[in-house]
Design a protein around this ligand. Structure first.
Ligand code: HEM
Length: 170
């Protein structure tokens, strides 16, 4: 009888140990399916990467009226997006800035306010971003550096509203 109990314990203890070890390992603990670093990585890969082949910034003057020609509706012309008065050539991404595409509302104009507000409403795509709260001004600055690392600067807007001035010292 004693030998049966001893035999049972000898068999059961290693099995109990293996069970506990497996159920407490990190892969078995409850956590989100996508861990934080992977999540960040996948968000990053959605956006195009920064480029290392950009031209030196140009300083050509554009009025807001002149900028309208570059909204992608004339296929023979480039597509321009201005942020805080700095004009970027986004022609190579006509798949998002071209006519009828998701971000066409920012094409051929300075839509700084809409970028800061993360808004795709036409009435927000205006150059005067002066009344944005600080957090949205920060979002706008983040978009500015996004564009600065990816698109050539072709000039600056000469008639931005007085409440906001075109950036200098790029
Ligand atoms: C459901 C909401 C949204 C989704 C799913 C979405 C998705 C995306 C994706 C997938 C890209 C990368 C596109 C590409 O590189 O081809 C992108 C880029 C971008 N998104 Fe959105 N977006 C959303 C909302 C917005 C809003 C509200 C704004 C307004 C500011 C915005 C502004 C932009 C801009 C400016 C780019 C950069 C395009 C570029 O030059 O590469 N998005 N978005």
């Amino acid at each position: 009888m004693l030998s049966v109990v001893t035999y049972g314990l000898v068999l059961a203890l290693p099995l109990l140990f293996l069970f506990l070890k497996h159920s407490l390992s990190p892969s078995r603990q409850s956590r989100p399916l996508i861990s934080q670093p992977e999540e960040k990585k996948s968000l990053k890969t959605i956006m195009q990467p920064p480029r290392d082949d950009l031209d030196p910034p140009k300083d050509d003057p554009f009025t807001l009226e002149h900028l309208k020609q570059f909204d992608g509706s004339d296929l023979s012309k480039p597509i321009y997006v201005s942020i805080k008065g700095i004009v970027f050539d986004v022609t190579r991404k006509s798949d998002v800035y071209g006519p009828g595409k998701s971000y066409n509302i920012f094409a051929g104009k300075d839509g700084s306010k809409g970028l800061g507000k993360s808004s795709l409403n036409l009435e927000d795509a205006v150059p005067d971003y002066s009344d944005l709260p600080e957090n949205e001004k920060k979002v706008l600055d983040d978009w500015f550096s996004f564009f600065q690392k990816r698109y050539n600067i072709v000039g600056r807007v000469t008639d931005m509203p007085a409440s906001v001035s075109t950036l200098s010292n790029l």
